[in-house]
Write a protein that binds this ligand. Structure first.
Ligand SMILES: C[S@@+](CC[C@H](N)C(=O)[O-])C[C@H]1O[C@@H](n2cnc3c(N)ncnc32)[C@H](O)[C@@H]1O
Length: 143
């Protein structure tokens, strides 16, 4: 099983039948795995150079800066970062604010890391809010 498929299974309650957003998606592996269960999947990145061929109808990629999203407020049930925190760390304050804006009431932000660069930073930033579940360090921020 693909790593992102395992992660989707772990977080299924916040994915199944939900409108979700993956920020800094890179090749969008997580979004593609989540699309089997989510109602809609949006994914954004500054570039599309690593993007895979997305064949799923419910996955919508856009080139967009996570610090200045073009989505309306309260659009998504859940926002995900998968192995992306280290790459957005210098803009984290603005990005977190934007994620909270685009989340519906009672929505959640998940930050997930498997790479050392991400997991070390997550421990610094989120302390005991970040917990290992199988191979994934996961921090959940509620709106
Ligand atoms: C480690 S990479 C991709 C991680 C991705 N989840 C994956 O597994 O392929 C991090 C990504 O963050 C993107 N990025 C950096 N700053 C960004 C921003 N402000 N808005 C959107 N994407 C950003 C980069 O373009 C890069 O593709």
């Amino acid at each position: 099983m693909k790593k992102t498929d395992s992660l989707v299974r772990l977080l299924l309650t916040d994915i199944e039948d939900k409108d979700i957003l993956e920020v800094a998606c890179g090749d969008a592996s997580f979004s593609i795995s989540a699309s089997r269960y989510a109602r809609s999947v949006s994914c954004i990145d500054l570039v599309d150079s690593r993007l895979k061929d997305i064949r799923q109808d419910n996955v919508h990629f856009e080139i967009m800066d996570a610090a200045k999203m073009r989505y309306a407020s309260e659009t998504f049930d859940t926002v995900f970062f998968y192995n992306a925190l280290f790459h957005v760390r210098s803009q984290w304050e603005e990005i977190e604010k934007e994620c909270r804006r685009v989340l519906k009431e009672k929505g959640s932000i998940y930050i997930v890391g498997t790479w050392k660069l991400d997991t070390a930073l997550m421990k610094d930033m989120f302390d005991d809010k970040a917990e290992w579940l199988n191979d994934f360090l996961i921090a959940r921020i509620e709106k």
